[in-house]
Design a protein around this ligand. Sequence first.
Ligand code: SF4
Length: 124
Amino acid sequence: MKSHYWRRREFLKQVFQHASLFSIAIVLGCGGADNQKDATSEKPGGDSPAQNDDPCDETALTQKDLDHRKALGYTEQTPIPEKTCENCKLYIPESDIKKCGTCTLFKGPVTIEGYCTYWADKNV
Ligand code: SF4
């Protein structure tokens, strides 16, 4: 039969193990400041349009959409002046319906001064 001391020790060991797992879950689940910012910027409906006057506003995008844009290296201001979304064959210019350009590769607004690693010369 196990002693009272041993059972207490096992009990405390279990408590600390669960506390550690709980702490890790909190850190992974809540993320850093970036995730907190994104959580507040997401709309309850997910893809519903933002209540914003900026036609190129990204706040209506889901975190998945934002991650996809980031994975493709999209930036609103090109680091290579001769390569912009405006002269890319994948760029869809603004129209009467859409007041900001878009891209065939991902959701959301794209600026004419933008760029990503999939830039393709529209003159080729
Ligand atoms: Fe801009 Fe990249 Fe889309 Fe071309 S592929 S329009 S560079 S975001």
